[in-house]
Write a protein that binds this ligand. Sequence first.
Ligand SMILES: O=C(O)CCC(=O)C(=O)O
Length: 256
Amino acid sequence: MLNEEQRFLFDTLGYIIIPDLLSADQVAEMQSTLRAPTEDPLHWGKIWRDILDLPNLSPILEDLVGNPMLREARRVRDMADLPTYRLDHINVHTHVEKGYEGRPLHGGLPVAGSFKYHDGIFYNGLSVVSFELFDTHPNDGGFACIPGTHKANVALPEGWADMSERVHDCVARIAAKPGDAIIFTEALIHGSLPWSVDAPRRTVFYKFSPITVSWAADFFNPDDYRQYDDMDDRKLAVLEPPNARYPERSTEPEPR
Ligand SMILES: O=C(O)CCC(=O)C(=O)O
């Protein structure tokens, strides 16, 4: 789970960086199996499915997007410890080359995500884990956000969203090295800076939602992935469509 410093930073800023979340080998495996983003990345290789339940990521997602009440109810009933959040969709950016104009600032309440903190519990809507596969130095381009705007009450001023010509001083340029994960709520106002160097930018976004919620109109079907030996009940649970995880539902991963 997040430590106290990370909890403070996520609550205050709307994002955190987890250094070295992926090992050099895992990054190399992603770089070598990356394909056209039109295909389902979960069929590209084991690493793409491993990300569904990494031991150093899942507890953080439980903290940010999971459902502690459901987790406790399952514990009391001696049921399997399945993740209490779901994969909403995956985006893979392979189009970012020198000259890319960037993607305007977007997100924010209540358009894309939601954010609340109460009694020690985070209630996040759509939340993103972004993995850079190459270095993104702060002035080369990459992820940008206006820290704290996941709690903003006032709309983004006219003309600030487009970052192709001018980036307002309040926009933070967030650099990451391969293997780092940037975790942010879609309630945060964020976007992509213009990309200005010869090296490409390749970024993988796994986006998670609370179990009953979906941003995407299409859902994963756990049955499409049961054929892989590396899939287990926890990974299948992350791929369930939105539902309250009531017992004996048709998509329940545990043996019926
Ligand atoms: O380029 C980035 O890292 C930002 C991506 C983004 O805007 C998003 O995932 O919604």
